[in-house]
Design a protein around this ligand. Sequence first.
Ligand code: HAM
Length: 432
Amino acid sequence: MKTSRIQAPTGMHDILPDQQKGFQRIHKVCENAANFYGFGKIDTPILEQAEIFLKGVGASTDVIEKEMYILRTKGGDVLALRPEGTASVARAYIEHGMFNLPQPVKLWYWGPFFRHERPQAGRYRQFWQFGFEILGDQSPVIDAQVIQIFYGILKDLKFKNLIVEVNSIGCTHCRSYYKKLLSGYFRSRSVSLCSTCRKRLRENPLRILDCKEEKCQRIIRQAPQMMDHLCEECKKHFKEVLEFLDEIDLPYNLNPYLVRGLDYYSKTVFEIFSVPKSKEEESLEKKSALVGGGRYDTLIRRLGGRDVPGCGGAAGIERLAGFLQEGPEPQKNADQSSQIFIAQLGDMGKKKGLVLINKFKEEKIQVAESFSKDSLKTQLGRADKMGVRYCLILGQREALEGTVMIRDMKTGKQETVKMDKVVKEIERRLKK
Ligand code: HAM
Protein backbone atom coordinates (compact mmCIF):
# COMPACT_ATOMS: atom_id res chain seq x y z
CA MET A 1 0.00 0.00 0.00
CA LYS A 2 1.30 3.45 -0.91
CA THR A 3 2.07 5.55 2.16
CA SER A 4 1.18 9.18 1.80
CA ARG A 5 2.90 11.97 3.64
CA ILE A 6 0.94 13.15 6.63
CA GLN A 7 0.05 16.75 5.86
CA ALA A 8 -2.88 19.16 5.64
CA PRO A 9 -5.01 18.79 2.50
CA THR A 10 -3.75 20.69 -0.54
CA GLY A 11 -4.56 24.38 -0.31
CA MET A 12 -5.43 24.15 3.39
CA HIS A 13 -3.20 25.16 6.26
CA ASP A 14 -2.79 25.36 10.00
CA ILE A 15 -2.84 28.70 11.73
CA LEU A 16 0.02 28.35 14.17
CA PRO A 17 0.41 30.30 17.43
CA ASP A 18 2.66 32.91 15.78
CA GLN A 19 0.08 33.56 13.08
CA GLN A 20 -2.77 33.70 15.59
CA LYS A 21 -1.47 37.08 16.74
CA GLY A 22 -2.16 38.64 13.35
CA PHE A 23 -5.61 37.04 13.17
CA GLN A 24 -6.46 38.30 16.66
CA ARG A 25 -5.38 41.80 15.78
CA ILE A 26 -7.60 41.83 12.70
CA HIS A 27 -10.47 40.41 14.73
CA LYS A 28 -10.18 43.17 17.30
CA VAL A 29 -10.22 45.90 14.64
CA CYS A 30 -13.29 44.29 13.00
CA GLU A 31 -15.08 43.98 16.30
CA ASN A 32 -14.41 47.64 17.07
CA ALA A 33 -15.77 48.66 13.65
CA ALA A 34 -18.82 46.41 14.10
CA ASN A 35 -19.58 47.95 17.50
CA PHE A 36 -19.04 51.47 16.25
CA TYR A 37 -21.33 51.09 13.24
CA GLY A 38 -23.91 48.99 15.08
CA PHE A 39 -23.48 45.56 13.42
CA GLY A 40 -24.63 42.41 15.20
CA LYS A 41 -22.50 39.26 14.87
CA ILE A 42 -23.90 36.24 13.06
CA ASP A 43 -22.40 32.75 12.80
CA THR A 44 -23.96 30.57 10.13
CA PRO A 45 -23.28 26.84 9.64
CA ILE A 46 -20.23 25.86 7.64
CA LEU A 47 -22.48 23.56 5.61
CA GLU A 48 -25.58 24.83 3.82
CA GLN A 49 -28.01 23.26 1.40
CA ALA A 50 -26.07 23.49 -1.90
CA GLU A 51 -29.18 25.08 -3.40
CA ILE A 52 -28.59 28.27 -1.40
CA PHE A 53 -25.40 28.95 -3.34
CA LEU A 54 -26.67 27.59 -6.66
CA LYS A 55 -29.61 29.97 -6.55
CA GLY A 56 -27.91 32.80 -4.69
CA VAL A 57 -24.44 33.04 -6.18
CA GLY A 58 -25.40 31.54 -9.57
CA ALA A 59 -24.92 28.03 -10.97
CA SER A 60 -22.69 29.12 -13.87
CA THR A 61 -20.25 31.19 -11.79
CA ASP A 62 -16.72 29.81 -11.32
CA VAL A 63 -17.19 29.78 -7.53
CA ILE A 64 -20.17 27.43 -7.82
CA GLU A 65 -19.55 25.51 -11.03
CA LYS A 66 -15.87 24.75 -10.49
CA GLU A 67 -14.94 25.48 -6.91
CA MET A 68 -17.74 24.44 -4.57
CA TYR A 69 -17.23 21.38 -2.35
CA ILE A 70 -20.44 19.39 -2.47
CA LEU A 71 -21.29 16.36 -0.39
CA ARG A 72 -24.22 14.00 -0.26
CA THR A 73 -25.24 12.97 3.25
CA LYS A 74 -26.42 9.47 4.14
CA GLY A 75 -29.90 10.95 4.46
CA GLY A 76 -29.73 12.16 0.84
CA ASP A 77 -29.25 15.89 1.49
CA VAL A 78 -26.99 17.74 -0.93
CA LEU A 79 -24.89 20.06 1.19
CA ALA A 80 -22.06 22.41 0.31
CA LEU A 81 -19.11 23.71 2.28
CA ARG A 82 -19.86 27.41 2.19
CA PRO A 83 -17.78 29.17 -0.48
CA GLU A 84 -18.85 32.63 0.70
CA GLY A 85 -20.99 34.27 3.39
CA THR A 86 -23.51 36.59 1.75
CA ALA A 87 -25.93 33.90 0.54
CA SER A 88 -25.87 32.28 4.02
CA VAL A 89 -26.64 35.62 5.69
CA ALA A 90 -29.50 36.20 3.24
CA ARG A 91 -30.84 32.71 4.01
CA ALA A 92 -30.69 33.48 7.75
CA TYR A 93 -32.44 36.83 7.18
CA ILE A 94 -35.34 35.03 5.48
CA GLU A 95 -35.43 32.08 7.89
CA HIS A 96 -35.58 34.25 11.01
CA GLY A 97 -38.07 36.75 9.58
CA MET A 98 -35.62 39.61 10.01
CA PHE A 99 -37.80 41.82 7.77
CA ASN A 100 -39.90 42.26 10.93
CA LEU A 101 -36.99 43.99 12.66
CA PRO A 102 -36.28 47.70 12.23
CA GLN A 103 -34.49 48.05 8.88
CA PRO A 104 -31.74 48.02 7.88
CA VAL A 105 -30.42 44.91 9.58
CA LYS A 106 -26.64 45.08 9.94
CA LEU A 107 -24.74 41.83 10.38
CA TRP A 108 -21.08 40.85 10.42
CA TYR A 109 -19.35 37.48 10.37
CA TRP A 110 -15.92 35.89 10.68
CA GLY A 111 -14.97 32.33 9.80
CA PRO A 112 -13.57 29.74 7.37
CA PHE A 113 -14.77 29.39 3.78
CA PHE A 114 -13.98 26.79 1.12
CA ARG A 115 -13.26 26.96 -2.60
CA HIS A 116 -11.60 24.24 -4.64
CA GLU A 117 -9.26 26.67 -6.40
CA ARG A 118 -5.82 26.07 -7.86
CA PRO A 119 -3.63 26.82 -4.83
CA GLN A 120 -1.25 29.73 -5.33
CA ALA A 121 0.02 32.69 -3.32
CA GLY A 122 -2.93 34.28 -1.50
CA ARG A 123 -5.38 31.69 -2.82
CA TYR A 124 -6.35 28.79 -0.60
CA ARG A 125 -8.96 26.06 -0.56
CA GLN A 126 -9.83 26.81 3.02
CA PHE A 127 -9.48 30.50 3.81
CA TRP A 128 -10.86 32.90 6.39
CA GLN A 129 -13.07 35.87 5.68
CA PHE A 130 -14.84 38.53 7.62
CA GLY A 131 -17.82 40.26 6.10
CA PHE A 132 -20.22 43.12 6.80
CA GLU A 133 -23.73 43.08 5.33
CA ILE A 134 -26.50 45.71 5.45
CA LEU A 135 -29.92 44.34 4.51
CA GLY A 136 -33.10 46.31 3.91
CA ASP A 137 -31.83 49.64 2.64
CA GLN A 138 -31.48 50.71 -0.98
CA SER A 139 -30.05 54.18 -0.42
CA PRO A 140 -26.68 54.94 -2.09
CA VAL A 141 -25.36 56.28 1.21
CA ILE A 142 -25.25 52.65 2.38
CA ASP A 143 -22.96 51.62 -0.51
CA ALA A 144 -20.59 54.45 0.42
CA GLN A 145 -20.76 53.51 4.08
CA VAL A 146 -19.88 49.86 3.36
CA ILE A 147 -16.81 50.98 1.41
CA GLN A 148 -15.97 53.42 4.20
CA ILE A 149 -16.15 50.63 6.81
CA PHE A 150 -13.71 48.36 4.94
CA TYR A 151 -11.41 51.23 4.06
CA GLY A 152 -11.43 52.29 7.73
CA ILE A 153 -10.60 48.75 8.89
CA LEU A 154 -7.63 48.57 6.52
CA LYS A 155 -6.47 52.00 7.67
CA ASP A 156 -6.80 50.93 11.31
CA LEU A 157 -4.61 47.93 10.43
CA LYS A 158 -2.07 50.45 9.09
CA PHE A 159 -2.39 49.49 5.44
CA LYS A 160 -0.93 52.13 3.18
CA ASN A 161 -1.22 52.64 -0.57
CA LEU A 162 -4.80 51.46 -0.74
CA ILE A 163 -6.70 51.54 -4.00
CA VAL A 164 -10.47 51.34 -4.06
CA GLU A 165 -11.92 50.35 -7.42
CA VAL A 166 -15.61 50.93 -8.04
CA ASN A 167 -18.06 50.32 -10.84
CA SER A 168 -21.76 49.94 -11.41
CA ILE A 169 -23.03 46.86 -13.18
CA GLY A 170 -26.58 48.23 -13.35
CA CYS A 171 -29.81 46.39 -12.59
CA THR A 172 -31.36 43.38 -14.33
CA HIS A 173 -33.05 45.70 -16.86
CA CYS A 174 -30.12 47.77 -18.09
CA ARG A 175 -27.65 44.89 -17.73
CA SER A 176 -29.59 42.62 -20.08
CA TYR A 177 -29.33 45.22 -22.87
CA TYR A 178 -25.62 45.73 -22.13
CA LYS A 179 -24.99 41.97 -22.16
CA LYS A 180 -26.48 41.75 -25.65
CA LEU A 181 -24.28 44.59 -26.80
CA LEU A 182 -21.23 42.96 -25.25
CA SER A 183 -22.09 39.56 -26.79
CA GLY A 184 -22.23 41.13 -30.25
CA TYR A 185 -18.90 42.87 -29.69
CA PHE A 186 -17.08 39.76 -28.44
CA ARG A 187 -18.74 37.41 -30.95
CA SER A 188 -17.27 39.37 -33.84
CA ARG A 189 -13.83 38.95 -32.22
CA SER A 190 -14.27 35.44 -30.78
CA VAL A 191 -11.39 33.89 -32.77
CA SER A 192 -8.98 36.14 -30.86
CA LEU A 193 -10.35 35.22 -27.41
CA CYS A 194 -8.91 32.50 -25.15
CA SER A 195 -10.82 29.20 -24.98
CA THR A 196 -12.28 30.01 -21.52
CA CYS A 197 -13.62 33.32 -22.79
CA ARG A 198 -15.18 31.63 -25.83
CA LYS A 199 -17.09 29.48 -23.34
CA ARG A 200 -17.92 32.55 -21.25
CA LEU A 201 -19.31 34.17 -24.38
CA ARG A 202 -21.99 31.50 -24.50
CA GLU A 203 -22.77 31.59 -20.77
CA ASN A 204 -22.20 35.11 -19.55
CA PRO A 205 -20.24 37.63 -21.65
CA LEU A 206 -19.78 39.88 -18.59
CA ARG A 207 -17.28 37.34 -17.20
CA ILE A 208 -14.96 37.99 -20.14
CA LEU A 209 -14.30 41.44 -18.66
CA ASP A 210 -12.65 39.64 -15.73
CA CYS A 211 -10.13 37.74 -17.92
CA LYS A 212 -6.46 38.46 -17.21
CA GLU A 213 -5.09 36.90 -20.47
CA GLU A 214 -3.19 39.55 -22.43
CA LYS A 215 -4.85 38.68 -25.76
CA CYS A 216 -8.32 39.05 -24.20
CA GLN A 217 -7.25 42.21 -22.35
CA ARG A 218 -6.47 43.88 -25.68
CA ILE A 219 -10.04 43.23 -26.86
CA ILE A 220 -11.60 44.09 -23.49
CA ARG A 221 -9.99 47.54 -23.50
CA GLN A 222 -12.08 48.52 -26.56
CA ALA A 223 -15.32 46.89 -25.35
CA PRO A 224 -18.49 48.91 -24.66
CA GLN A 225 -18.70 50.01 -21.02
CA MET A 226 -21.64 49.38 -18.68
CA MET A 227 -21.40 52.93 -17.37
CA ASP A 228 -22.51 54.29 -20.77
CA HIS A 229 -25.60 52.06 -20.73
CA LEU A 230 -26.98 52.42 -17.20
CA CYS A 231 -30.68 53.23 -16.90
CA GLU A 232 -31.62 56.57 -15.32
CA GLU A 233 -32.17 55.06 -11.86
CA CYS A 234 -28.86 53.17 -11.81
CA LYS A 235 -27.01 56.20 -13.14
CA LYS A 236 -28.46 58.40 -10.38
CA HIS A 237 -27.67 55.79 -7.74
CA PHE A 238 -24.05 55.46 -8.86
CA LYS A 239 -23.56 59.22 -9.14
CA GLU A 240 -24.75 59.62 -5.56
CA VAL A 241 -22.48 56.82 -4.28
CA LEU A 242 -19.52 58.63 -5.83
CA GLU A 243 -20.64 61.96 -4.38
CA PHE A 244 -20.78 60.41 -0.91
CA LEU A 245 -17.28 58.98 -1.38
CA ASP A 246 -16.04 62.39 -2.52
CA GLU A 247 -17.59 64.02 0.53
CA ILE A 248 -15.72 61.74 2.94
CA ASP A 249 -12.51 62.17 0.92
CA LEU A 250 -12.26 58.48 0.21
CA PRO A 251 -10.03 58.07 -2.86
CA TYR A 252 -11.30 55.68 -5.53
CA ASN A 253 -10.67 54.69 -9.14
CA LEU A 254 -13.50 54.05 -11.55
CA ASN A 255 -12.88 50.67 -13.14
CA PRO A 256 -15.42 50.16 -15.94
CA TYR A 257 -14.39 46.49 -16.27
CA LEU A 258 -14.90 45.49 -12.66
CA VAL A 259 -17.79 42.98 -12.72
CA ARG A 260 -17.04 40.54 -9.83
CA GLY A 261 -17.61 36.83 -10.20
CA LEU A 262 -20.90 36.34 -8.35
CA ASP A 263 -24.33 36.62 -9.98
CA TYR A 264 -26.18 38.34 -7.15
CA TYR A 265 -24.67 41.77 -7.65
CA SER A 266 -26.51 44.77 -9.00
CA LYS A 267 -25.51 48.43 -9.21
CA THR A 268 -22.39 49.19 -7.14
CA VAL A 269 -19.45 46.76 -7.04
CA PHE A 270 -16.07 47.45 -5.47
CA GLU A 271 -12.71 45.92 -4.63
CA ILE A 272 -9.88 47.19 -2.46
CA PHE A 273 -6.22 46.49 -3.23
CA SER A 274 -2.97 47.51 -1.67
CA VAL A 275 -0.30 48.54 -4.19
CA PRO A 276 2.95 46.59 -3.90
CA LYS A 277 5.74 48.13 -1.91
CA SER A 278 8.40 45.50 -2.61
CA LYS A 279 9.22 42.85 -5.20
CA GLU A 280 8.20 39.95 -2.91
CA GLU A 281 4.82 41.46 -2.29
CA GLU A 282 4.30 42.30 -5.94
CA SER A 283 3.21 38.92 -7.24
CA LEU A 284 0.60 38.49 -4.53
CA GLU A 285 -0.73 42.01 -4.24
CA LYS A 286 -1.02 42.73 -7.93
CA LYS A 287 -3.54 39.99 -8.48
CA SER A 288 -5.32 39.75 -5.18
CA ALA A 289 -8.02 41.99 -3.88
CA LEU A 290 -8.01 42.33 -0.10
CA VAL A 291 -11.72 43.14 -0.06
CA GLY A 292 -14.57 42.61 -2.50
CA GLY A 293 -18.21 43.54 -2.32
CA GLY A 294 -21.17 45.38 -3.66
CA ARG A 295 -24.92 45.77 -3.74
CA TYR A 296 -27.18 42.73 -4.11
CA ASP A 297 -30.77 43.93 -4.41
CA THR A 298 -32.12 40.70 -5.91
CA LEU A 299 -30.41 38.09 -3.73
CA ILE A 300 -33.11 37.67 -1.11
CA ARG A 301 -35.73 37.32 -3.84
CA ARG A 302 -33.55 34.76 -5.65
CA LEU A 303 -33.62 32.71 -2.46
CA GLY A 304 -37.41 32.85 -2.27
CA GLY A 305 -37.74 35.81 0.10
CA ARG A 306 -39.24 39.25 -0.35
CA ASP A 307 -37.83 42.13 -2.34
CA VAL A 308 -35.20 43.22 0.17
CA PRO A 309 -32.15 45.15 -1.01
CA GLY A 310 -28.70 44.53 0.44
CA CYS A 311 -25.13 45.72 0.27
CA GLY A 312 -21.91 44.44 1.83
CA GLY A 313 -18.42 43.17 1.41
CA ALA A 314 -15.90 40.62 2.66
CA ALA A 315 -12.15 40.52 3.20
CA GLY A 316 -9.70 37.63 3.01
CA ILE A 317 -8.04 37.35 6.41
CA GLU A 318 -4.91 35.45 5.24
CA ARG A 319 -4.40 38.15 2.62
CA LEU A 320 -4.59 40.86 5.26
CA ALA A 321 -2.48 38.93 7.77
CA GLY A 322 0.23 38.47 5.12
CA PHE A 323 0.80 42.21 4.96
CA LEU A 324 0.24 43.29 8.53
CA GLN A 325 2.88 45.66 9.77
CA GLU A 326 4.05 45.35 13.34
CA GLY A 327 2.20 48.00 15.28
CA PRO A 328 0.62 48.81 18.57
CA GLU A 329 -2.13 46.44 19.63
CA PRO A 330 -5.50 47.96 18.81
CA GLN A 331 -7.41 48.83 21.95
CA LYS A 332 -10.78 47.25 22.36
CA ASN A 333 -13.48 49.94 22.29
CA ALA A 334 -14.91 50.50 25.72
CA ASP A 335 -18.33 48.87 25.67
CA GLN A 336 -20.33 52.02 25.58
CA SER A 337 -23.83 52.49 24.44
CA SER A 338 -24.40 55.48 22.19
CA GLN A 339 -25.09 58.79 23.82
CA ILE A 340 -25.21 60.51 20.45
CA PHE A 341 -27.55 60.08 17.51
CA ILE A 342 -26.92 61.75 14.17
CA ALA A 343 -30.15 62.67 12.40
CA GLN A 344 -30.00 63.96 8.85
CA LEU A 345 -32.33 65.51 6.35
CA GLY A 346 -31.81 65.42 2.59
CA ASP A 347 -28.76 64.51 0.55
CA MET A 348 -26.56 67.29 1.88
CA GLY A 349 -27.40 66.33 5.46
CA LYS A 350 -26.53 62.68 4.74
CA LYS A 351 -23.21 63.63 3.19
CA LYS A 352 -22.21 65.80 6.12
CA GLY A 353 -23.48 63.08 8.45
CA LEU A 354 -21.01 60.58 6.97
CA VAL A 355 -18.18 63.05 7.53
CA LEU A 356 -19.29 63.68 11.10
CA ILE A 357 -19.42 59.95 11.89
CA ASN A 358 -15.77 59.69 10.83
CA LYS A 359 -14.81 62.52 13.16
CA PHE A 360 -16.51 60.86 16.12
CA LYS A 361 -14.87 57.56 15.19
CA GLU A 362 -11.44 59.20 15.28
CA GLU A 363 -12.19 60.38 18.82
CA LYS A 364 -13.59 56.94 19.71
CA ILE A 365 -16.99 58.37 20.62
CA GLN A 366 -19.81 55.98 19.85
CA VAL A 367 -22.57 57.42 17.66
CA ALA A 368 -25.74 55.95 16.25
CA GLU A 369 -27.50 56.91 13.02
CA SER A 370 -30.33 55.82 10.85
CA PHE A 371 -29.49 56.89 7.33
CA SER A 372 -32.42 55.12 5.75
CA LYS A 373 -35.07 56.99 7.74
CA ASP A 374 -35.75 60.20 5.92
CA SER A 375 -38.28 61.84 8.24
CA LEU A 376 -36.84 63.75 11.17
CA LYS A 377 -39.74 62.64 13.36
CA THR A 378 -38.93 58.94 12.74
CA GLN A 379 -35.25 59.53 13.45
CA LEU A 380 -35.92 61.46 16.66
CA GLY A 381 -38.33 58.70 17.69
CA ARG A 382 -35.60 56.11 17.16
CA ALA A 383 -33.07 58.25 19.07
CA ASP A 384 -35.56 58.58 21.91
CA LYS A 385 -36.13 54.81 22.03
CA MET A 386 -32.38 54.25 22.18
CA GLY A 387 -32.24 56.61 25.14
CA VAL A 388 -29.44 58.78 23.73
CA ARG A 389 -28.53 62.01 25.51
CA TYR A 390 -27.93 64.22 22.45
CA CYS A 391 -29.25 64.22 18.95
CA LEU A 392 -27.20 66.02 16.30
CA ILE A 393 -29.45 67.36 13.58
CA LEU A 394 -28.06 68.01 10.12
CA GLY A 395 -30.63 69.52 7.75
CA GLN A 396 -30.08 71.20 4.39
CA ARG A 397 -29.62 74.58 6.13
CA GLU A 398 -27.08 73.31 8.65
CA ALA A 399 -25.20 71.46 5.89
CA LEU A 400 -25.00 74.64 3.80
CA GLU A 401 -23.96 76.79 6.76
CA GLY A 402 -21.45 74.26 8.07
CA THR A 403 -23.29 73.94 11.38
CA VAL A 404 -25.01 71.24 13.43
CA MET A 405 -27.94 71.54 15.77
CA ILE A 406 -27.45 69.80 19.13
CA ARG A 407 -30.68 68.74 20.74
CA ASP A 408 -30.57 67.77 24.39
CA MET A 409 -33.00 64.86 24.53
CA LYS A 410 -33.59 65.32 28.27
CA THR A 411 -34.46 69.01 28.29
CA GLY A 412 -35.48 69.47 24.65
CA LYS A 413 -33.12 72.48 24.45
CA GLN A 414 -31.49 73.04 21.05
CA GLU A 415 -28.31 74.88 20.18
CA THR A 416 -26.51 75.42 16.88
CA VAL A 417 -22.73 74.99 16.81
CA LYS A 418 -20.11 75.07 14.06
CA MET A 419 -19.51 71.67 12.42
CA ASP A 420 -15.78 71.72 13.23
CA LYS A 421 -16.50 72.40 16.92
CA VAL A 422 -19.21 69.82 17.49
CA VAL A 423 -17.01 66.88 18.51
CA LYS A 424 -15.21 68.96 21.15
CA GLU A 425 -18.53 70.37 22.36
CA ILE A 426 -20.01 66.89 22.75
CA GLU A 427 -16.89 65.66 24.52
CA ARG A 428 -17.21 68.58 26.94
CA ARG A 429 -20.89 67.88 27.60
CA LEU A 430 -20.38 64.13 28.09
CA LYS A 431 -17.63 64.78 30.65
CA LYS A 432 -19.93 66.95 32.78
P1 HAM B 1 -15.05 37.48 -2.97
O1 HAM B 1 -14.46 38.59 -3.77
O2 HAM B 1 -15.25 36.21 -3.61
O3 HAM B 1 -16.43 38.05 -2.42
O4 HAM B 1 -14.18 37.27 -1.67
C1 HAM B 1 -13.88 38.34 -0.80
C2 HAM B 1 -12.42 38.28 -0.39
O5 HAM B 1 -12.13 36.99 0.16
C3 HAM B 1 -11.44 38.45 -1.52
O6 HAM B 1 -11.21 39.82 -1.82
C4 HAM B 1 -10.21 37.79 -0.94
O7 HAM B 1 -9.51 38.68 -0.08
C5 HAM B 1 -10.79 36.65 -0.12
N1 HAM B 1 -10.72 35.38 -0.85
C6 HAM B 1 -11.56 34.92 -1.79
N2 HAM B 1 -11.18 33.70 -2.23
C7 HAM B 1 -10.05 33.39 -1.56
C8 HAM B 1 -9.15 32.27 -1.56
N3 HAM B 1 -9.37 31.23 -2.33
N4 HAM B 1 -8.08 32.30 -0.73
C9 HAM B 1 -7.86 33.37 0.07
N5 HAM B 1 -8.68 34.45 0.14
C10 HAM B 1 -9.74 34.47 -0.67
C11 HAM B 1 -17.27 37.34 -1.61
O8 HAM B 1 -17.00 36.31 -1.06
C12 HAM B 1 -18.57 38.08 -1.36
N6 HAM B 1 -19.42 37.25 -0.48
C13 HAM B 1 -18.31 39.44 -0.75
C14 HAM B 1 -19.56 40.22 -0.44
C15 HAM B 1 -20.14 40.37 0.76
N7 HAM B 1 -20.31 40.84 -1.34
C16 HAM B 1 -21.35 41.41 -0.71
N8 HAM B 1 -21.26 41.11 0.57
